[in-house]
Write a protein that binds this ligand. Structure first.
Ligand code: AMP
Ligand code: MG
Length: 422
């Protein structure tokens, strides 16, 4: 395994200082582990009102200042009383509403009409549902045996006072906003947003506001990157598309690295003639170029430019997205202070044959669909790394291991779902 303290410059100068490091056949898992050791999360935190913390990472543990619920309360509309064996009839002596407790004390043989959420009155320990009694003037008769403690929610059964409710590093979801509110906490400390700058490289690229000339294509990567980075909650700077011109690339790169935590580029990291990025990155940073053992997404670069992390993604639009999801997503979450868990990998039947050559991990685009109540998957069609419509059509990646070859229809495959519930 790689040493912990190896620096990027040491690896660049002497790649063999790491046993299993082969820049010409980096596996996805290896690259992830490799990148991980250089990620030190942002430290600056800010305190935000609950709502604004959505999608942000907690900078401190949240400890419950009280029991939730605060009092024993009724889980049902019914009647509260003190349990005793063989009890049949009870006298109604009052009513308890949610937010308006019954203030008296219950003696044996007495009950209080109680609404869901109302505090259990002193002396009572059990609630009978209103459907399980008969009522006649100020008396109720229990129609069936009720267990002691029935229909009572106990104080602290959701959260106990002093309990750590959410831990530092937690990514705030809708449920967490409510959870924090249920504790009466109005503001919470979260890490600051990550500053991420990105630009596209290529002489052939044109922005959507311009007409296309012969041989040109529209720059789509800046839009997919915008979408993925926005969903990750990054503070983004879109630096445009830059032609394969060393001076312009250099100026943009330096500008990007100056004020940002992360710089992402697309295109220009392969060994094509116009790929100037390599020389530039060697001049201004410590950057490693890998031939990934994956498809799509063969060329990939990772390193540092000044204090910014750098990710050089391949230019093919599907490859840009796949490498983002497989490497950049997790890295950005970690830089934001989160401790992301691996994405769920599910096994489902693939109902169509899959073409695959052995030797590389493939991330084919798939459609997970409901086949009469059973979820199955099929590939989206053309799997070329320039076919961006395959990403649009897909709702999952079909992940095919390095050693795997063709699959017949009906075989089980691993999938990674692209969309989560919000
Ligand atoms: P490169 O990685 O620069 O060799 O580019 C690989 C392929 O992706 C080429 O066909 C490029 O034209 C295409 N490409 C590169 N950048 C973009 C972009 N921003 N939007 C759409 N296609 C791109
Ligand atoms: Mg290019």
């Amino acid at each position: 395994m790689m040493k912990n303290k190896t620096t990027l410059s040491e690896i660049i100068a002497n790649p063999s200082c790491m046993d299993d490091y082969d820049p010409n056949a980096m596996s996805v898992a290896q690259a992830r582990l490799f990148i991980k050791q250089f990620l030190s999360p942002v430290r600056e935190a800010e305190t935000l009102p609950i709502r604004e913390s959505l999608g942000r990472v907690l900078a401190e543990d949240i400890v419950s200042p009280s029991n939730v619920p605060n009092h024993n309360n009724s889980a049902m509309d019914g009647f509260a009383f003190k349990f005793s064996a063989n009890l049949k009839t009870l006298k109604i002596i009052g009513t308890a509403f949610a937010g308006q407790p019954f203030m008296g004390n219950l003696n044996a043989g007495e009950c209080v009409k109680i609404m869901t959420g109302a505090v259990i009155p002193a002396g009572a320990d059990t609630v009978v549902m209103q459907e399980r009694i008969a009522i006649k003037s100020d008396r109720i008769t229990l129609l069936e045996e009720t267990k002691q403690g029935a229909n009572v929610r106990l104080a602290g059964e959701d959260l106990r006072i002093g309990q750590t409710v959410l831990t530092k590093g937690h990514l705030m979801k809708p449920a967490d906003l409510g959870l924090v509110a249920s504790l009466g906490i109005a503001e919470i400390p979260v890490y600051r947003k990550l500053k991420v700058a990105f630009f596209s490289t290529g002489d052939e690229l044109v922005g959507v506001e311009n007409p296309l000339q012969e041989g040109q294509i529209y720059d789509s990567n800046r839009y997919t990157l915008y979408g993925m980075l926005t969903r990750l909650g990054a503070q983004i700077s879109d630096l445009g598309n830059v032609p394969d011109d060393p001076a312009q690339l250099e100026a943009t790169l330096l500008q990007a690295a100056q004020n940002n935590d992360v710089v992402i580029t697309s295109g220009g990291v392969s060994v094509g003639e116009a790929d100037y990025m390599k020389a530039l990155l060697a001049k201004h940073g410590q950057v490693l170029f890998w031939k990934m053992n994956m498809k799509p997404g063969r060329p990939l670069a990772y390193g540092k430019i000044a204090s910014a992390h750098y990710f050089g993604l391949p230019g093919n639009p599907v490859a840009t997205m796949v490498t983002f999801y497989q490497f950049v997503r997790e890295a950005l979450l970690m830089l934001q202070g989160a401790s992301p868990k691996p994405l769920p990998m599910l096994m489902v039947e693939c109902t169509e044959p899959i073409k695959k050559a052995t030797g590389r991990t493939e991330y084919q685009r798939g459609v997970l669909y409901d086949d009469a109540g059973v979820w199955k998957v099929k590939p989206t069609g053309n799997q070329g790394s320039g076919i961006l419509s395959s990403m649009s059509a897909a709702n999952c990646f079909i992940v095919l291991d390095e050693a795997a070859g063709n699959h017949a229809a009906g075989e089980l495959v691993k999938i990674q779902v692209l969309e989560g519930m919000i």
